[in-house]
Design a binder for this molecule. Structure first.
Ligand code: GAL
Length: 676
């Protein structure tokens, strides 16, 4: 379950009021000490009050197996403290030094095809390696003991982006750990054989030692094995997180602990809902995707952080001031976009705005990644924007500590369904769980309402509308909770290829979608996935892609949309069944966005959900509300950087332009006295 146990010590301004944390990853080990003094002066100028320090400094801290060098870290910690800058100190375990990998190549991760990944990059370690763990934990212990009482220290930063580059390891260490994980999950081989359906293709196991991770096979592997390996891999990283966490909790119990997660559309590997008990506060890294719905994806990710943090404040640990360097082409952000992105995270509950990284490197793999201080130096548009963002955060200081107000409408992101539909040997390999969740999120934003992003184990009954697209894996308990929520008044929406399998990835037979047949009042005998480029038309002119299917409707099930052509012309394409106080809607194809938004709007109004502010063009801005002790803060975030947005005469503007029209990157924050 989601909870935040403890937040780092608050940083206060001159008036004694809490401020946003503002800063970056700081890598002073890349620079001579003369630069450090300039760094601190510039940090002060920008309003930077915190840095994440030492993330990739293992080789510097422990140059050989038997030598340690903390002098430089002592020095910079002291200088930062003297400069009024707090430290989120990394355990520095993300990138093992060459002396370690040379002495112990058995810590290196192994790919599915057996290729060993070498040193020379970073994160070249097996999450399950006992040898890696021994060395890494010695480093964590040394750092915790040395710095636990340092006055600059406000947080521990465990490893860095656990699972970035090394989430899946197929080594012998992984095989051993996988077997133990399976023994724990299934107890005995009989249960495992049944769960994995090993009667198929002669895969019966007669000893746990015969089981290996899903390495490269001549024919595609077992679907339950594949799903379990993804569950195991996420758990193995969490287990490693726990190992570092325990040391810090023992040696340095007074300092709050975090680990920067990657809740983002291009990182499906880790199921963070199950990691929330393993950090004291949530922090997240987010990099804008180069897609037309980039701002919606950012907002989706931030909204998921909001619900993971139980609507309490969290940290944005990394994002980029401008360009990244790791895509094939890396354009800069346009003026205004940096602040818009940062404040979108704030809108969803972030109390820290941090970047990768403080000063742009001149050597190493990330030379061409933007930073707060660019290659051009402080005399640059980018640095001036960094200073302005610091000023904006000061204006917004009253928002600090406020909680995110849950919405009436939620979209479900389910990692198990994401994993189970990201496999070969399915009716279609074109399906993408995250993409579907994001498409519905975007359509719901078009209606003007606030939208939460939740996991399947969250309290779904708390919402008027719950949209769970491509919710493929549905354990009986989840189906029951959803059914109960509907009867109690929730309007539930799901789509094609949902409710098809249980947690063992076994198909629920008797007509699809097995888990929701009664709830939805529909039955499907055979799927009809559409090839790339193929489409069907619905009676409202919507284009349907990816999927269609013949729906047989129970008595009382209403048709919302029908197929106007294609193999099921005249048959229902979207339906609604009323159950108790609520209803269950089924959509059997992927509708293009304008029509999806129209359908979303019908569903939202039937459920009685409303927008918190009337905009001349509903849906032109994303809205969120943060609730403070005596006021609500309503954030308005334009969705299209190129287009101006008419917002009309707004009252109570705490931040942003006061004109009735704002540009596509202006964020407006309104202060409203509580009406509760
Ligand atoms: C993150 C990582 C940082 C930096 C950044 C660049 O994945 O934590 O160290 O590499 O990406 O975008």
């Amino acid at each position: 379950m989601s909870h935040v146990h403890r937040f780092p010590a608050r940083i206060t301004g001159e008036d004694g009021a809490p401020q946003f944390y503002y800063g970056a990853d700081y890598n002073p080990e890349q620079w001579p000490r003369e630069v450090w003094d300039e760094d601190i002066t510039l940090m002060q100028r920008a309003g930077v009050n915190v840095v994440a320090l030492g993330i990739f400094s293992w080789a510097r801290l422990q140059p050989t197996a038997d030598t340690w060098d903390f002098e430089w870290l002592d020095d910079i910690m002291d200088r930062l403290h003297a400069g009024g800058i707090r430290v989120d100190l990394a355990t520095a375990t993300a990138s093992p030094p060459p002396w370690l990998t040379t002495a112990h190549p058995e810590i290196l991760p192994v790919r599915r095809d057996g290729v060993i990944l070498s040193q020379g990059g970073r994160q070249h370690w097996r999450p399950t390696s006992p040898v890696f763990r021994e060395h890494a934990l010695a480093l964590v212990t040394a750092l915790a003991e040395r710095y636990k009482d340092h006055p600059a220290l406000i947080a521990w930063h465990i490893n860095n982006e656990l699972g970035c580059h090394n989430a899946w390891d197929f080594s012998d260490d992984a095989a051993r750990a996988f077997r133990l994980w399976l023994q724990d999950r299934y107890g005995d081989l009989d249960t495992l054989n049944k769960a994995w359906g090993t009667a198929f293709w002669s895969q019966h196991y007669s000893d746990f030692d015969q089981i290996i991770p899903p390495r490269l096979t001549p024919a595609e592997g077992n679907p339950t094995q594949l799903l379990d390996f993804r569950r195991f891999s996420s758990d193995a990283l969490r287990d490693y997180l726990r190992a570092e966490n325990e040391i810090l909790a023992r040696i340095s119990p007074d300092i709050a602990r975090t680990s920067n997660y990657m809740v983002t559309g291009d990182t499906p590997e880790m199921d963070y809902a199950s990691w929330m008990g393993d950090v004291e506060f949530l922090s997240n890294d987010h990099y804008l995707l180069p897609t037309p719905d980039a701002i919606e994806e950012l907002s989706f990710s931030a909204a998921r952080c909001g619900s993971l943090a139980a609507y309490k404040p969290w940290w944005l640990m990394e994002h980029s001031t401008s360009a990244v360097n790791w895509r094939s082409v890396n354009p800069p952000k346009r003026p205004g976009e940096m602040a818009r992105d940062a404040l979108t995270h704030v809108a969803h509950g972030a109390d820290a705005v941090c970047f990768f990284q403080w000063r742009q490197s001149i050597a190493g793999s990330e030379r061409f990644h933007a930073a707060m201080v660019p290659h051009a130096g402080a005399d640059s548009r980018l640095f001036r924007d960094v200073v302005s963002l610091g000023e904006a955060l000061t204006t917004l200081a009253p928002v600090v500590g406020s909680t995110l107000l849950p919405a009436q409408v939620a979209v479900v992101l389910d990692y198990e369904s994401w994993w189970a539909t990201d496999q070969p040997f399915l009716p279609s390999t074109l399906l993408d769980h995250h993409e579907q969740a994001l498409a519905w999120y975007t359509a719901l934003l078009d209606t003007g309402v606030r939208v939460d992003v939740v996991g399947p184990n969250d309290d779904l009954a708390a919402y008027k509308v719950v949209v769970a697209p491509l919710l493929h894996v549905v354990p009986a308990a989840l189906a029951e909770r959803i059914t109960d929520a509907v009867h109690a008044g929730t309007h539930f929406v799901t789509t094609f290829f949902s409710g098809i399998v249980d947690e063992e990835a076994h198909v629920l037979a008797g007509g699809h979608p097995g888990a929701f047949r009664d709830l939805l009042g529909v039955r499907v005998e055979e799927f009809h996935p559409l090839r790339a480029g193929q489409s069907v038309t619905l009676d409202d002119d919507a284009t349907g892609t990816l999927w269609c299917e013949p729906l047989d409707l129970d008595e009382g099930t209403e048709t919302l949309r029908s197929y106007a052509d294609g193999p099921f012309e005249g048959k229902a394409a979207a339906t609604r069944a009323w159950r108790g106080e609520g209803s269950a809607v089924y959509v059997s194809t992927h509708m293009d966005w304008w029509y999806l938004a129209a359908l979303a709007s019908e569903i939202v109004s039937a459920a009685g959900a409303w927008a918190d502010i009337d905009m001349p063009t509903p849906g032109s801005v994303i809205t969120t509300i943060r609730r403070g002790a005596d006021a609500d803060y309503l954030f308005l975030i334009p969705r299209s950087p190129e287009a101006d947005v008419e917002v009309g005469e707004l009252e109570g503007i705490l931040y942003g332009p006061t004109t009735p029209t704002i540009t596509g990157t202006d964020v407006v924050v309104l202060r409203r006295e509580h009406d509760v």
